[in-house]
Structures are given as C-alpha cells and as structure tokens.
Design a protein around this ligand. Structure first.
Ligand code: HEM
Length: 146
C-alpha cells in the first residue's frame, strides 16, 4: 500500500481565535495578574520566580499578557521563545508543572466564564506538556550509559 503524502502530513485543525464579548487584552491582563499573584505566594514556585524576575514584575506581566493574547486571541503580540527561557531554569522540577497548572486552573475558574476557562486551561495544558517534554524528556539508554 502506498501512503499518500497528504495522509502523512495531516495536522490537527488550526486553533482559532477565541471570540467572546468579555475576552480582550484587559481581561487577559487581569487573569495574568491573578495567576502570577497565586504563583508568587506559592512556597515552591514563588522563590523560583523571585530569583529570576526580581523587581521586574511589570515587564514580565506585560510579556505574559502578550503571550496569552497571542495564544487566545491569535493577535501576534508575543514574539519570544519560551523553550530556551525555561531550559535555563535548572531549579525547576518536572512536578512543578502540576503546581503551575493547579494555580492556572484556579485563576481561570475564578476569573472566567466556564467555557472561557476551558479554552485557557486546554491551551495551558498543551503548552505545559510541550515545555515539560523539552525540559525533561530523555530516551533511556540500555545499560544506563551516558
Ligand atoms: C513549573 C512551571 C514553570 C515555571 C517554574 C516557569 C518559570 C518561568 C520563569 C522564571 C520565567 C522568566 C524567564 C526569564 O525572564 O528569563 C518564565 C517565562 C515564561 N514562561 Fe514560564 N514557567 C513555567 C511554566 C510555564 C508554562 C506552562 C507556560 C505556558 C503555558 C509558560 C510560559 C512562559 C513564557 C511565555 C515566558 C516568557 C519567555 C520569554 O519570552 O522570555 N511557563 N517562566
């Protein structure tokens, strides 16, 4: 049987911008601030962010607002590279992603109508999984050699 190139190259459908009367940049900025308020109070994640972001929270929050506007509204406002930014965070453990996602779900549930919270959380989970893979996935070598 010959495999048709179109069959091999099929991709999941493109994500579309979320269109909802409440959801604009101001709304996303408030959600981002709610989420990072939780993260900063967390005993495990708080010190990790404090060590990197230090006194520059406002620029970080604006960058994260750009990021979420790009992810949700597809407005192209973020142009950074999340993978290298996380690869250099040597103190982060794989389990920290569960804590991050718990705070994200709580912030989204508190601030968003349920269907909007679901879109944010679905996209956060998908991106968290690819970051987690980029940071922690290693193929086991038989015999455990380096
Ligand atoms: C345990 C989980 C995570 C930790 C501890 C963490 C920590 C951090 C820290 C400390 C920075 C600042 C890096 C810098 O300024 O050099 C950062 C940046 C960033 N994070 Fe995370 N992060 C986590 C998960 C995530 C997830 C799941 C997402 C997306 C859904 C995300 C998206 C971003 C983005 C977009 C940036 C900005 C990168 C750039 O353009 O400079 N992070 N993160």
């Amino acid at each position: 049987m010959t495999i048709q190139p179109t069959a091999r190259l099929q991709r999941p459908p493109e994500e579309r911008p979320l269109v909802h009367p409440d959801v604009d940049r101001d709304f996303i900025g408030r959600l981002v601030r709610e989420f990072y308020g939780r993260v900063r109070r967390d005993e495990r994640l708080g010190p990790i962010f404090a060590g990197v972001v230090q006194d520059n929270w406002e620029p970080h929050l604006e960058k994260m607002t750009d990021f979420w506007c790009s992810v949700i509204l597809k407005d192209g406002s973020y142009s950074g590279r999340p993978v290298p930014a996380h690869l250099k965070l040597k103190q982060v453990r794989e389990e920290d992603f569960d804590i991050w996602l718990d705070h994200f779900r709580s912030a989204a549930d508190e601030r968003c109508p349920p269907e909007v919270a679901k879109t944010f959380v679905d996209r956060a989970e998908r991106i968290a999984n690819s970051l987690r893979l980029a940071m922690f996935f290693r193929l086991e070598r038989p015999g455990g050699g380096a």
